[in-house]
Design a protein around this ligand. Structure first.
Ligand SMILES: [Zn+2]
Length: 253
């Protein structure tokens, strides 16, 4: 077995590998170059973004490291610039209560208060994360949900200024297929044929993209089998193949 060794990147705690190994199940699926890359992205997230705790709560190395690892995973095949719209990451101990109106279905605004596990505010606003949910999700990918992947996926979607379930695609010619596949799958989810996607993805196309992202990373084999076209467009966008990682890991053990 090869041991993963490298000096801790600046900004990460000495024992960051140990923290990630213990808390982030996904770590086991990554190979050494991916782990190294993950560490670099985590370092950039911790150094370059503002991290805040909700009132009465305090950030720890564990919190920053686990949230940064999950957020870094999302852009492992992209690069750090994809988080240019993330200014701040605000961690709450548990559900976030917001009194702000939030967008509802079909362009309406709904009045608070709301209890949320996370929130990705429009454009340059902060990403809010409930730590208890983030921690549980990182340990249990088989639940198919992940608040960190979900909220940071919204941030990618917002890069073109509209939360419409379509982040900036790498090639304009990919647009028609992306729209065809996502529209079809969004409608299937609304009709109750969305498995393994969570029903919440039927709320609107923006939520569809965030929910599909959660399944793509956490239930890749199920998604690939049930919805191969959706898997493929997400694989091409994220430039990652989580299903191949699961197979590689299974073959090695
Ligand atoms: Zn959402």
């Amino acid at each position: 077995m090869r041991l993963f060794r490298r000096r801790p990147p600046a900004g990460l705690p000495e024992n960051w590998v140990e923290i990630v190994e213990r808390n982030v199940a996904y770590w086991a699926l990554l190979d050494d170059p991916e782990r190294e890359q993950l560490g670099e992205l985590m370092e950039a997230l911790i150094e370059e973004k503002r991290w805040e705790a909700a009132q009465g709560f305090a950030l720890t190395d564990e919190i920053r490291t686990v949230v940064a690892a999950q957020a870094a995973l999302l852009i492992l095949g992209l690069d750090f610039d994809w988080y240019r719209a993330v200014q701040a990451i605000v961690i709450h101990p548990s559900d976030v209560i917001t009194y702000e109106p939030i967008p509802g279905p079909a362009g309406t605004m709904e009045e608070g208060p709301f209890s949320l596990l996370g929130l990705a505010d429009h454009r340059s606003g902060p990403v809010l994360i409930a730590w208890d949910a983030a921690k549980a999700n990182a340990r249990h990918p088989a639940w198919g949900r992940d608040v960190v992947l979900h909220e940071f996926a919204h941030k990618l979607d917002m890069l073109d200024d509209v939360v419409d379930g379509t982040p900036p695609l790498h090639r304009p010619e990919d647009g028609p297929r992306w729209h065809d596949v996502c529209t079809r799958e969004f409608e299937l989810l609304q009709d109750g044929a969305g498995w393994p996607l969570r029903d919440y993805g039927a709320t609107d196309p923006g939520e569809f993209f965030a929910v599909a992202t959660e399944a793509f990373f956490n239930l890749p084999l199920q998604l690939e089998e049930a919805k191969p076209d959706l898997y493929e467009v997400l694989r091409d966008f994220y430039r990652q193949d989580p299903g191949a990682r699961v197979r590689r890991r299974a073959a090695a053990s």
